[in-house]
Design a protein around this ligand. Structure first.
Ligand code: SUD
Ligand code: ADP
Length: 277
């Protein structure tokens, strides 16, 4: 039965590993990425009505509710008349898929309201297909090949953004080496330790160019390591970095210490899969 007013979470996307394996003739890059989703995220509220968007939340300032907003673009592509309220909890242009996660949440909500998924989701953004399911996946191609993975072990995460917005195209353009090896075989991870061990054999190929554009990323990674992260890396095109901690308590304590830098800091865990239907 189609639903009317509803709320859809838009979980933050994390690229636990991100290899750039080539570049297409149109300039888009081929990726091989282990992607997961955090319980922190934006929130999308949908209700029937003429197409409209209002934005609230800690990062609403500086994000226009105009036709370029990915929420409106997603609803427009689906041909839906819907009133959208976006609660923007995630920093904008920060490598954790905020815009793509929002677009995917609007599309999930519209599905629940009885609409159909539009063709060619990638017109909205390379990350939209993986954000649609918001469950752990291997992402390949330019983002259109999404292979779901088994559930990951519990992860106690701290996300840190030094409040520097990085433009995704600029970070790709600053890469020096576009052809890098693919990810090693992804096993079924029984524990966080096993996952970390595997991550040590992988990279984020966008980290070096992002650090050249925003050297503070190096400080963030050093600070995560200094507060006891078992593993720390930048996500996507940055500048948000994640640390993996042994326990929720250690993550919360580290977040308290890291918050003193004046950065955006949050302790979080992996997202629960979205409710079916
Ligand atoms: C790098 C990644 C990794 O997950 O994450 P973010 O840093 O954006 O979170 C994504 O591929 C980003 O996805 P998304 O932010 O949706 O990118 P899009 O809007 O489609 O593309 C923005 C620009 O990034 C470059 N781009 C994007 C994806 C890709 N596979 N190759 C590219 O070269 C292109 O210059 C493109 O014009
Ligand atoms: N709903 C939205 N949330 C965030 N950014 C949006 C949204 N709609 C459009 N954008 C635009 O998309 C760009 C990329 O933002 P975002 O998706 O947050 O970053 P990233 O791709 O690095 O994860 C921003 O510069 C912003 O202007």
């Amino acid at each position: 039965m189609p639903m009317t007013n509803l709320v859809e979470p838009a979980p933050a996307k994390l690229n636990l590993a991100l290899h750039v394996t080539g570049r297409r003739a149109d300039g888009y890059h081929l990726l091989d990425s282990l992607v997961c989703f955090a319980s922190i995220g934006d929130e999308v509220h949908l209700s029937p009505g003429p197409l409209s968007l209002s934005i609230d939340g800690p990062f609403s300032e500086g994000l226009a509710s105009d036709d370029d907003n990915l929420c409106l673009r997603a609803a427009g592509l689906a041909g839906a008349e819907v009133a959208i309220r976006l609660t923007k909890n995630l920093p904008v242009a920060s490598g954790i898929g905020g815009g793509s996660a929002d677009a995917a949440a609007v599309l999930r909500g519209l599905l629940r309201m009885g609409h159909e998924l539009p063709a060619d989701l990638q017109r909205l953004g390379a990350d939209v297909p993986v954000c649609l399911a918001s469950t752990p996946a291997r992402m390949q191609g330019i983002g259109e090949q999404v292979t779901p993975l088994p559930t990951l072990p519990p992860l106690y995460l701290v996300l840190v953004n030094p409040t520097v917005a990085l433009s995704t195209p600029q970070v790709f353009a600053a890469m020096e080496q576009h052809e890098n090896p693919a990810l090693p075989k992804i096993p079924d991870f029984a524990t966080a330790k096993a996952l970390i061990q595997w991550l040590r054999g992988t990279r984020n190929d966008l980290e070096a160019p992002a650090r050249r554009l925003a050297p503070v990323i190096g400080e963030v990674l050093a600070a995560l390591n200094a507060t006891g992260a078992g593993f720390a890396r930048m996500s996507g095109s940055g500048a948000t970095c994640f640390g993996i901690f042994d326990t929720a308590r250690q993550a919360a304590e580290a977040a308290g210490i890291l918050g003193r830098h004046g950065w955006w800091v949050v302790a979080t865990e992996l997202a629960q899969p979205p409710a079916p239907g």
